[in-house]
Design a protein around this ligand. Structure first.
Ligand code: ADP
Length: 443
């Protein structure tokens, strides 16, 4: 600026001198003034044209290059350009931050929905779209009550205190039945609200299963307890002969045995749920495992008819030289459940056959077949549910707890194995415990 003022004054001086010298003697003063004015006009015209160039540049869309570098206008243009670039950088930074926030909300496993002061939808993530059946292309800026018309939800939006939240039906795919959502409103900003939604279908189902389980266990324990209490009362109040007493005590022993089996199976299940999955550090040989199962089957078969000898044809085929990587205790418990079921449900004189089959893809299966009553197809998918029985009284009569196959399935899952059940009513059943190749090793 200072340099520019100096050069203006110098040129003015020069113009004045030139005017003075070029004018006739009598008009030298006037010549000097005209010279100075001419220089001022020149300066004005130059500035005016630069100003026009800058104005045209400001009106254009591309402000990256300044059109004038020199003079007052050059400096103005350069400062404007810097200011604009700074603004642009800040806007880009803000936009990037906003996108990061939205990406974080988008990644949330919960539904996130932003409502303005009139309950119009400003933004929502994919999960919220699925929970409330919304379409991002269609439903933005719509009032949410026009899209989600559940009366409970509408009442919740109007509630003075939304801190309690709401449980409602969702529009997404539920597990088995309709989706259940837990919804919570959080006020923010000026009248705005954040709506969070969480899929609680699985949670509610687990809770229902837990309630059923507790009810089932209570029922299973109450029955033998009631019978025991009845016998105790009889023993206490009635004068009984020694034979009668012995008979009652025998029946009492049976009931307490039943409770013991039930508690034992419950403990086995809870241990399976609580302990880490068995790794390859423990191994069990198929041969001794099979011998142990064969011994147990013989004892069980004899006991089922109170006979000194087994009353079934028991075929335990010598297994191939195999080693299984997994928990010996759990595998014995699972396979002995299958063998015990086969013996218990097959009438005396029937056949129980246990054999190992090597499959082509490297897997191996331990198959327990019986010639018992078989199971109708409609029961097969539910057999491994806790306390599911095809024939309640038959299960109880043979000392069943209704938990055996649930234990088998659990152990199979923990060993990456598969439980295959095939059965033909009237002909018999076949339960196969199929081990994956990575759990097997030849010996
Ligand atoms: P339970 O203790 O009652 O035997 P499980 O879980 O072992 O319970 O078996 C569930 C139901 O499956 C049994 O109640 C029975 O009805 C049926 N079942 C299991 N194994 C056999 C089998 N080998 N033959 C016929 N029915 C069977």
């Amino acid at each position: 600026m200072f340099g520019r003022a100096i050069s203006f004054l110098l040129l003015q001086g020069l113009g004045g001198i030139m005017g003075w010298q070029m004018a006739p003697e009598a008009l030298q003063l006037r010549g000097m003034v005209i010279g100075m004015l001419a220089v001022s006009l020149l300066f004005f015209l130059l500035d005016f044209s630069r100003g026009l160039t800058v104005l045209r540049w400001l009106r254009s869309s591309d402000l990256s290059e300044v059109p004038v570098r020199r003079g007052l206008w050059g400096e103005v243009a350069e400062r404007v350009r810097r200011l604009l670039r700074l603004r642009e950088q800040r806007a880009q930074e803000n936009e990037r931050r906003l996108q990061d926030f939205l990406a974080a909300f988008q990644a949330s496993p919960n539904g996130v929905l932003l409502l303005d002061a009139h309950d119009a939808i400003e933004w929502f993530n994919q999960v919220a779209a699925q929970h409330f059946g919304l379409d991002p292309g269609r439903d933005l800026l719509q009032r949410i009550v026009n899209l989600v018309r559940d009366p409970d939800f509408v009442a919740y939006l109007d509630a003075k205190d939304p801190s309690e939240g709401l449980i409602m039906a969702g529009r997404g795919p539920g597990i088995g039945h309709r989706q259940r959502l837990s919804v919570q409103l959080h006020p923010y900003g000026e009248g705005r609200r954040l709506l969070l939604s969480r899929d609680i279908t699985a949670l509610e189902q687990a809770e229902a299963q837990r309630r059923d389980f507790v009810a089932n266990v209570s029922h299973e324990i109450r029955t033998p307890l009631t019978v025991l209490a009845g016998f105790i009362e009889t023993l206490q109040t009635l004068p009984l002969s020694a034979d009668e007493r012995a008979k009652y005590l025998e029946l009492m022993a049976q009931q307490s045995q039943r409770m013991q089996s039930l508690v034992g199976d419950l403990l086995t299940l809870s241990r399976l749920e609580a302990s880490p999955v068995p790794d390859a550090s423990e191994t069990v040989l198929a041969r001794p495992l099979m011998d142990q199962l064969a011994q147990e089957a013989a004892v069980l078969s004899a006991a089922s008819a109170q006979s000194p000898q087994p009353v079934h044809t028991l075929q335990f085929i010598t297994p191939p030289p195999l080693e299984i990587m997994g928990s010996a205790h759990e595998l014995y418990s699972a396979l002995s459940n299958l063998v015990s079921n086969a013996v218990r449900y097959t009438p005396a004189g029937g056949c129980v056959r246990v054999e190992w089959l090597l499959l082509e893809d490297g897997r191996a299966s331990c198959r327990v077949q019986d010639s018992g009553p078989g199971i109708a197809p409609e029961h097969l998918p539910r057999l491994t549910e806790r306390f599911y029985r095809v024939d309640r009284s038959r299960s109880r009569d043979t000392g069943g707890t209704g938990l055996g196959l649930a234990i088998v399935k659990h152990v199979a899952q923990r060993h990456d194995a598969e439980l295959r059940i095939e059965s033909t009513p009237g002909k018999g059943s076949s339960f196969s415990f199929v081990f994956p190749a990575h759990r097997l090793r030849p010996t």
